[in-house]
Design a protein. Structure first.
Length: 229
C-alpha cells in the first residue's frame, strides 16, 4: 500500500489524528477526586435549596502580583492581515521587576474591595486576617447594605494565609461562612479566568512609573469590571 493511500485511510476515512498530551497541574488521586465531587455536590444542593440568593452572598477573594509594566500577551497582539502577508513577529519580554500585590474581593455585582500592599510585602495569615476584619467587613457593610444580616459566603483557595488557624478563627468571629475548596480546583474560584485575565490583558498594558502600580491596576480593574461583571 502506498503512503498516500494509507494516509488517506487513516486521516480522512477513520478520522485519526495525532494529538499532543495536555499538561495538567497535578494528577488527582481517588481521594482528591471524591473531595472535589463532594464539594461540587454540596454547592449544587445549596443552590437548589436557596436559589439565586446563595449566589448573591458569595464574596470571592484572591491575590495577584501587579507589575509596573505588564508585557502584551500573544492573544492581544493579533492583527488583521491578508492571507499571503507574513506573520508579524513579537519579541519575548519579561514583566518589570517592580510589582505590588493586589488583593481583590468581588461578588456578582462587581468589585467590593481592592487592596494594594506596599512594595516588597506579600500576604501572610496575619495581614489577611486583618484585611478581612478591618477592611472587607466595613466595606461590605457600606457597599452592600444588609449583606451582613443575610450572611456572607467567603470563597478563596487553599493558599497558606487562607487556611491557618488565625484566619479560620477570624472568619468564624466575623460570622462568615467559608465555602469548600478542594485542592487543585482553580475552577471553583474563577478570579484567574474572568478578572485577572482581562486586567492583565495586553490591551490594557499599564506602564505606571509615574502613577504607581496601584494606579495602573485600578484603571485596569475598572475596565475589567465593564467586561466581566
Amino acid at each position: 500500500m502506498r503512503h498516500g493511500s494509507a494516509h488517506h485511510i487513516v486521516h480522512n476515512v477513520h478520522q485519526f489524528h495525532k494529538m499532543y498530551a495536555r499538561w495538567v497541574p497535578c494528577q488527582l488521586s481517588t481521594e482528591l477526586k471524591e473531595r472535589c465531587a463532594d464539594a461540587c455536590q454540596g454547592l449544587l444542593k445549596r443552590f437548589e435549596a436557596e436559589s439565586d440568593g446563595s449566589l448573591g452572598r458569595i464574596v470571592t477573594g484572591y491575590e495577584t502580583w501587579v507589575h509596573y509594566q505588564q508585557p502584551e500577551t500573544k492573544k492581544s497582539s493579533k492583527e488583521w492581515h491578508h492571507t499571503p502577508s507574513p506573520k508579524p513577529k513579537k519579541f519575548r519580554t519579561q514583566p518589570s521587576a517592580g510589582k505590588v500585590m493586589l488583593t481583590l474581593f468581588w461578588d456578582e455585582r462587581g468589585v467590593i474591595l481592592k487592596h494594594y500592599m506596599s512594595r516588597g510585602n506579600t500576604m501572610t495569615s496575619a495581614t489577611y486576617a486583618d484585611l478581612l476584619k478591618n477592611d472587607l467587613r466595613p466595606t461590605i457593610n457600606s457597599k452592600r447594605r444588609g449583606r451582613l444580616n443575610t450572611g456572607v459566603s467567603q470563597q478563596h483557595d487553599n493558599a497558606r494565609p487562607h487556611t491557618t488557624r488565625s484566619t479560620v478563627a477570624t472568619i468564624q468571629d466575623l460570622s462568615f461562612q467559608c465555602l469548600p475548596h478542594p485542592p487543585y480546583s482553580p475552577d471553583l474560584a474563577p478570579s484567574d479566568f474572568h478578572v485577572f485575565g482581562p486586567l492583565k490583558d495586553g490591551k490594557q498594558v499599564f506602564q505606571v512609573r509615574r502613577r504607581g502600580a496601584a494606579g495602573g491596576a485600578r484603571a485596569a480593574a475598572l475596565s475589567a469590571k465593564r467586561i466581566f461583571f
